[in-house]
Design a protein around this ligand. Structure first.
Ligand code: CLR
Length: 393
């Protein structure tokens, strides 16, 4: 029964891939994986998941009190999770391995103004290749709401030592337990800024949940969220979100419970519970979020109008190969991009002129994080950040 979702002819390379995962000998993104698990989409496109319900993002600004706004931020945040963590399964049948962005890769998009919610703009830049780090900025200037963040991942494999020693020949014969999974810790954070009518800005620190990728051995990976994440506001309101999955015997996938606490208090004023990919309610049974309806994908310029470094332009031939099943072409085109990148880095080193980021500046310590993290528990007291700046030219 093992690896039943893996197409005939790719079982051996799936086995090799799992072996690599188990020993985690390399960088996950650059590991060779069999064609069936490849996505034609680069990781630089993933930040668009933050705004596929732009009306919820815009509505944060309409909150009349800090409490009201804290609940609106939570509602928007929870409503992004379905897109962030289940959309590849819905679109492509399982979780997939994204294209590994090159340094300086860009992704821009917009969500149109509609019902006076204002236009939302997205800017993404791959700010590091090794390790992969993505910087993003999403703004709705009309409403005065902006999200500034960066993300990276630390992965580890649950069954390290035993699995790591299995030889490929044996792999076909073993029946794997579905508890053997990949744990992905998200590194990075986001700061949401909301401009208030009096001109001041209310900030929200958003931390990210950990992921558990199950179903790998069956060749049908999917994500479950684990542990907790935080949303801490400069107003003093704090949301702590706890994530839970199916469990051994009972329970449902994708459960969460959020406690929303007022400034200076340790007891929650609101408790929200439900399934993040469907609906939730507060403790009085009042509906909170509902993501069963459609979402809005980001609009992107036509390929012809895109710069060489814009992701869909850069990866177009690789993506086409993957989409049409011409994996030889995909791999040839991917090698071309990788070789070109290596050459660029060599030339830069030789000339003593390192690559310059276009939209983001690295800071060693994010002062907003340092301030707001004091309202959270059990997370690092400092973090770096990549701050968005529109190029002047
Ligand atoms: C990127 C940031 C987004 C949320 C998100 C969703 C899915 C994650 C992705 C992040 C990072 C890369 C990721 C992916 C799921 C699978 C993929 C961890 C966190 C890894 C690299 C591929 C594993 C290979 C197979 C076993 C699927 O906001």
């Amino acid at each position: 029964a093992e690896a039943e979702a893996v197409p005939q002819g790719q079982k051996q390379s799936w086995g090799q891939f799992i072996k690599q995962l188990a020993s985690l000998s390399g960088d996950l993104y650059s590991m060779t994986a069999p064609p069936f698990i490849l996505s034609p989409v680069s990781l630089t496109e993933y930040p668009s998941y933050w705004c596929e319900r732009p009306e919820l993002f815009a509505a944060i600004a309409d909150g009349k009190t800090p409490e009201d706004r804290a609940l609106r931020v939570l509602k928007w945040f929870i409503s992004t999770l379905k897109g962030q963590y289940t959309s590849r399964n819905e679109k492509m049948g399982s979780e997939k391995k994204p294209l590994n962005p090159v340094l300086g890769e860009l992704f821009f998009g917009t969500w149109p103004d509609y019902n006076s919610r204002g236009q939302t703009n997205l800017y993404v830049e791959q700010v590091s290749h090794h390790p992969p780090i993505t910087g993003y900025y999403i703004e709705n200037p009309t409403k005065g709401v902006a999200l500034q963040g960066h993300c990276a991942q630390k992965t580890s494999f649950s069954a390290g030592s035993i699995i790591g020693k299995i030889t490929l020949r044996w792999l076909d014969r073993l029946t794997f337990s579905n508890t053997r999974h990949l744990t992905v810790k998200q590194v990075g954070h986001a700061i949401l800024g909301v401009k208030l009518p009096d001109g001041t800005v209310e900030d929200y620190l958003i931390t990210l949940p950990s992921l558990r990728i199950d179903g790998i051995f069956y060749g049908a990976p999917y994500i479950e969220l684990t542990n907790t994440s935080w949303i801490a506001s400069s107003s003093g309101w704090v949301s702590n979100i706890e994530y839970k999955g199916k469990g051994w015997v009972s329970g449902k996938s994708h459960q969460f419970k959020a406690l929303v606490t007022p400034p200076g208090s340790s007891s929650a004023a609101h408790t929200i519970e439900g399934l993040w990919h469907e609906t939730s309610k507060d403790s009085r049974g009042v509906p909170f979020h509902d993501v069963r309806g459609p979402k809005e994908e980001v609009s992107v310029k036509d390929l012809g109008e895109q710069d060489d470094m814009e992701t869909r332009n850069l990866w177009q031939h690789v993506a086409k190969g993957i989409r049409t099943g011409d994996f030889e072409a995909a791999s040839r085109e991917k090698t071309k991009i990788e070789n070109e990148q290596r050459q660029r880095r060599k030339d830069e080193t030789a000339a003593g002129t390192p690559w310059q980021l276009k939209y983001f500046t690295h800071i060693g310590e994010d002062p907003k994080y340092t301030k707001l993290v004091k309202l959270c528990k059990d997370i690092p007291s400092q973090e770096d950040a990549y701050i968005f700046q529109k190029p002047t030219a």
